[in-house]
Structure formats: C-alpha cells, structure tokens
Design a protein around this ligand. Structure first.
Ligand SMILES: CC(C)(COP(=O)(O)OP(=O)(O)OC[C@H]1O[C@@H](n2cnc3c(N)ncnc32)[C@H](O)[C@@H]1OP(=O)(O)O)[C@@H](O)C(=O)NCCC(=O)NCCS
Length: 159
C-alpha cells in the first residue's frame, strides 16, 4: 500500500472496499448536506471499468480518514467526490489525495480533469486552484440544500 504523503508513515492509500462503507458514509454525512447513499458508493466500488474510488487509512488502526471518487472515461477524468474527516482537515491530506489522483491519471495518459464545486466552498476552490485548476464556467442551481451554483473547474494534464 503506497504512503499518501512522502515521508509520513501514518497515511496510506488503497482502493475503497465494501467494508469501508460505514466509515466512508460517516465522513460523507459530516461533509455534505446532500450525502451520497451506501448504494451510490457501492455502485462506484462495483463499476470497476470507469470508477476509481480510493480511501486514505491512518495507521496504526487502519481507520478511514478520507476518500476520493473519480471517473476515467478514455482520457477524460471527472472528480465526483472527495472528502476528509473534519478531525483530519488542514493536515495536507486532501491536497495529497488530489495529487495522487492527478499523478495516477497523468501516468495513464489522461488529458483533462474536471469537477464541480459549490461556489461558497472556499476550502475546496482554494485547494483546486493551488493544484492548477481554473474556473471554466458555472452551472446554475447545480446544488440543493441550499440551492447554489457550481463552478466548473478544469485542469489540462500536460504529459
Ligand atoms: C476540501 C477538503 C477536501 C480539503 O481537504 P484538507 O485535507 O482539509 O486540505 P489540505 O490540508 O490538504 O489543504 C490543501 C490546500 O487547500 C486549501 N485549503 C484547505 N482548507 C482551506 C480552508 N479552510 N480555507 C482556505 N483554503 C483551504 C489551501 O490552499 C491548502 O493549502 P495550504 O495549506 O498550503 O494553504 C476538505 O476541506 C473537505 O473534506 N471538505 C468537505 C468536503 C468537500 O467540500 N469536498 C469538496 C467537494 S467539491
């Protein structure tokens, strides 16, 4: 299992498994007003041809502290979900998880990565901009609870 952050032997990354769902759902409920269901996460785990769900576990204990879900359709990548447990934020885990995804798909020849984010989500927007994502446009009323527009953000993956 690869270490998530170079030189830090606490956090490791591996593919999400069905046994992770209780921990993943707990983080999801703490992170979003409109959380994904167990069935949605299960579908991502089973859709192995397109979907790439990964978790970050903390040692010792192997507790799930973060996850990411992205779709890879030919050379186009869509980040569909990312969250870090509130107790583990601002430690560099979200950034390292995004960098892991970018490096993985870049190594496989992907050309473009995109995502939607609530316009008020300063932490996520700042993280994506730090990684080189740019705002490409907006989607009106993309979110509910509360209603809000999304930024569409994209990153060209230079080979
Ligand atoms: C967005 C999220 C994944 C970031 O994860 P994190 O592990 O806390 O972030 P990191 O510690 O890796 O921070 C990396 C960078 O993100 C930005 N960032 C993170 N938290 C921030 C905050 N509260 N305010 C502003 N910028 C922030 C900074 O640029 C930071 O780099 P810096 O430390 O050099 O300033 C996390 O806040 C989260 O899980 N939020 C709830 C779920 C969510 O909104 N997901 C995104 C949906 S599109």
């Amino acid at each position: 299992m690869p270490a998530l952050i170079a030189g830090d032997s606490r956090y490791f990354i591996r593919r999400m498994q069905e046994g992770d769902l209780p921990a993943v759902r707990a983080i999801e409920a703490l992170s979003f007003s409109n959380p994904w269901s167990d069935d949605t996460f299960r579908g991502e785990i089973q859709n192995t041809s397109i979907s790439f769900p990964f978790v970050v576990v903390r040692r010792p204990g192997d507790e799930v502290v973060a996850y990411i879900v992205f779709w890879q359709i030919r050379d186009d990548i869509q980040v569909n979900n990312i969250a870090v447990h509130p107790d583990c934020r601002a430690l560099g885990i979200g950034e390292a998880l995004m960098r892991f995804a970018v490096a993985k798909v870049r190594g496989e020849g992907a050309a473009f990565m995109s995502l939607e984010v609530r316009q008020s989500n300063t932490a996520a927007v700042t993280l994506y901009k730090k990684l080189g994502f740019e705002v490409l446009g907006t989607r009106k009323n993309y979110y509910t609870k509360p209603d809000e527009d999304a930024f569409v953000m994209g990153l060209v993956l230079d080979q």
